[in-house]
Design a protein around this ligand. Structure first.
Ligand code: UDP
Ligand code: MG
Length: 315
């Protein structure tokens, strides 16, 4: 029978948590009394994760496993799970039980009320260092400022998506994915349920600083061309400043106030640099266009069509 709910679970070196997650999630999914599937995506683990997942899949046909050829990262793992998911509602959740599986029925309730995306919002964030919480809030604010996308505060990737949102997200073929930004970008009717984020049930975080920086950079770069505009802005500012300085020097010279010849060097150098920055900025404008074309996001997304013969959501 086709699953109504799909739970997508990325796993990287999670031998200490997969069984605990399975034991916790099954009673919750069973309590819904509707068909479901749990898709574990093994993101190139080097420990016993693969073996444990195979054992689970053998004893439980609702468990499906995708094994990556190497570690590609959490975001590609989520995408793989989304592509395979057959549910009408798809829930993305970490395997370490930091996000409570008990919140899933609440999310489904919101979905049944008509919401297309239900975010899991953390009220308390246990098991996260002060540094991680602080940098995460700063990043969210910075992201919002430069991309204009309001990603809900204190929400990670624990979310429920309606089938139509999953179809849109999986058809967005960009390489460097940042689900939180993409979820905001696609729109639809969104809400959240609140929960207390616990500590990991076992093991260590799989996000080292390098992976975090990569994710944060992907988020900005794939959602904003703002950094590319710096060169043009600097160039224009430098150009205006140097021209003003030249005018001041000329006025002073007319008033017979002669500055040492070397003073003229400063605005001359700034002007040369500024021309360079403006020209660089021009090519950046085209680079941003090319990036946006290559990214090839849908030009619009239809949520609903009324009184059309064919009510498929075409993009
Ligand atoms: N994860 C993954 N690939 C990676 C890193 C992490 O699939 O390269 C998974 C991990 O197994 C977990 C989820 O992504 O299910 C979140 O990772 P983690 O709990 O380490 O992140 P944190 O909660 O510390 O931000
Ligand atoms: Mg975690």
């Amino acid at each position: 029978m086709k699953a109504k709910y799909s739970v997508v679970v990325p796993c990287y070196n999670e031998e200490e948590t997969v069984n605990a997650f399975y034991d916790a999630v099954i009673p919750v999914m069973e309590s819904l009394k509707e068909p479901y599937e749990i898709i574990f995506v093994n993101d190139g683990s080097r420990d016993r994760t693969e073996q444990l997942l195979k054992e689970l899949a053998q004893k439980d046909k609702n468990v499906k496993v995708i094994n990556f050829s190497r570690n590609f990262g959490q975001q590609p793992a989520i995408l793989a799970g989304f592509k395979e998911a057959e549910g009408d509602a798809v829930i993305d959740i970490d395997v370490d039980l930091q996000d409570p599986v008990e919140a899933i029925p609440e999310m489904i309730k919101k979905w049944k009320e008509g919401f297309d995306v239900v975010h899991g919002k953390r009220l308390v964030r246990k098991g996260e260092t002060f540094f991680k919480k602080k940098t995460s809030t700063m990043y969210t604010n910075f992201f919002e400022k430069i991309t204009g996308l309001k990603i809900p505060k204190n929400c990670g990737d624990f979310k429920l998506f309606d089938r139509k949102v999953i179809d849109v997200l999986t058809n967005m073929n960009e390489r460097d994915r940042f689900l939180r930004g993409m979820t905001e970008w696609v729109g639809f009717k969104q809400t959240y349920v609140e929960f207390e984020r616990k500590e990991r049930v076992a093991g260590q975080t799989k996000y080292n600083l390098k992976k975090l920086v990569k994710l944060a950079t992907n988020g900005i770069v794939s959602n904003s061309s703002y950094p590319l505009s710096f060169s043009m802005k600097f160039g224009i500012l430098g150009g205006v400043l140097s021209v003003c300085t030249f005018i001041t020097f000329i006025v002073l010279a007319c008033l017979k106030i002669y500055l040492p010849l070397v003073s003229w060097l400063f605005p001359t150098i700034v002007l040369c640099f500024s021309i360079n920055w403006v020209l660089g900025g021009l090519s950046n404008i085209y680079t941003a266009r090319i990036y946006s074309e290559v990214q090839d996001r849908p030009k619009y997304i239809i949520r609903e069509k009324i009184n059309f013969d064919n009510d498929d959501n075409k993009q």
